[in-house]
Design a binder for this molecule. Structure first.
Ligand SMILES: *[C@@H]1O[C@H](CO)[C@@H](O)[C@H](O)[C@H]1NC(C)=O
Ligand SMILES: *[C@@H]1O[C@H](CO)[C@@H](O)[C@H](O)[C@H]1NC(C)=O
Length: 334
């Protein structure tokens, strides 16, 4: 009885903190981790080291890592293709490629060009993207300068379906096209242009793949204690958003209806880049980070910067990430 009371009062004194999450680095560091995608079929995490440019596959069962190094300057997105084991959509530089890789041997994948975007903008690169519930890819770009800084308003958000393989510019201009998530009922698309420091929402029409006008859901300017810019994002089964703060050393939880800030999860790396739920029950939040902007002195203070972190015991779950749907008919003409 006594124990129960102590537990209950501890719970009440810690309102909103009834779950004690733990944050653990689970991989070795890379330079700029990004784009985490939990593949529930294989129970592995894919992510990228953007400027290496390298695709990584981490197997939590045996802590094995395999990688495939690409040509070019950058890679942003890897999404598995539906019903096609060992095949992926990969967005690197301004290209969308079909990537075949068994993930069991380093540097053994092969690429085939599907399409490209921003043809008149040689300094543009894909940044972040995801497939919607119908298997269309939504992926955005930015304009990268030689020093890796970004020029404002050079990017766009594209939609690509696996029948036509023709990218359509759905929203522009944007500066740093970033986190994307859909509500469980698919009536809303949440989107981040990092430069604005806002999370916006659009009405989403799943059957047509169309968006309405953007409105602001959450503005970091209204939360002076939060630092950095919003980067990658995911959503849980309660329709709460989880947003990585690049330069903000944390992941924040936001109610996607009210825009209310619900929780701040501290991450022991200043540059937090993206998030994805994974694990058998989708109850582990995998968090990618970067050490790209840290000085050598700062890297000594943040030895785990660049690692993927696992956040356990958040008391929430995510949903399986969507695969890209490539039409068989279209495939035959590739
Ligand atoms: C594959 O690359 C990873 C690093 O990404 C390395 O740890 C591992 O030893 C490599 N495996 C083989 C078989 O070379
Ligand atoms: C989010 O906010 C809305 C509006 O205030 C509320 O009705 C809803 O219950 C909240 N969602 C969660 C999961 O708390």
């Amino acid at each position: 009885m006594f124990m129960v009371e102590i537990v209950i009062s501890a719970f009440l004194c810690n309102l909103g903190q009834s779950y004690a999450e733990t944050v653990v680095p689970v991989t070795t560091p890379v330079e700029h981790g990004e784009g985490p995608h939990w593949d529930y079929k294989e129970q592995v995490l894919y992510y990228v080291d953007t400027f290496a440019p390298t695709i990584l596959r981490w197997e939590p069962q045996n802590n094995g890592v395999f990688h495939h190094k690409l040509d070019g300057d950058s890679v942003g997105i890897i999404v598995p293709i539906k019903n096609r084991p060992n095949e992926f959509i990969v967005c690197r530089d301004r290209y969308v490629d079909l990537f075949s890789w068994n993930g069991k041997c380093n540097n053994s994948g092969t690429l085939k060009r599907l399409t490209s975007v921003d043809k008149n903008k040689p300094y543009n690169q894909f940044n972040d993207g995801k497939a919607d519930a119908k298997g269309r890819l939504w992926a955005g770009t930015l304009t990268r300068n030689e020093d890796l800084s970004v020029s404002p308003n050079g990017g766009s958000l594209f939609k690509l379906d696996g029948y036509t393989l023709k990218p359509i510019n759905m929203f522009s201009p944007v500066s740093i096209s970033n986190g994307i998530a859909w509500s469980k009922d698919n009536n809303w698309l949440y989107y981040i242009d990092s430069e604005t420091r806002k999370v916006t929402k659009f009405r989403y029409h799943l059957s047509e793949g169309l968006i309405g006008h953007p409105t602001t859901l959450f503005d970091l300017e209204d939360h002076k204690h939060l630092k950095g810019i919003p980067d990658g994002m995911t959503i849980d089964t309660d329709d709460n958003l989880w947003v990585a703060l690049y330069g903000g050393k944390s992941v924040i939880k936001i109610n996607s209806t009210s825009g209310k800030l619900l929780q701040i999860v501290d991450i022991p790396a200043t540059y937090v880049t993206s998030v994805a739920f994974g694990g058998h029950n989708f109850d582990v939040l995998y968090v990618t980070t970067s050490k790209l902007k840290l000085t050598l002195e700062e890297q000594e203070l943040e030895p785990d910067a660049g690692c993927v972190f696992a956040v356990y015991n958040l008391g929430v779950r995510g949903l399986p990430a969507n695969d890209f749907r490539l039409s068989e008919k279209t495939r035959r003409f590739l």
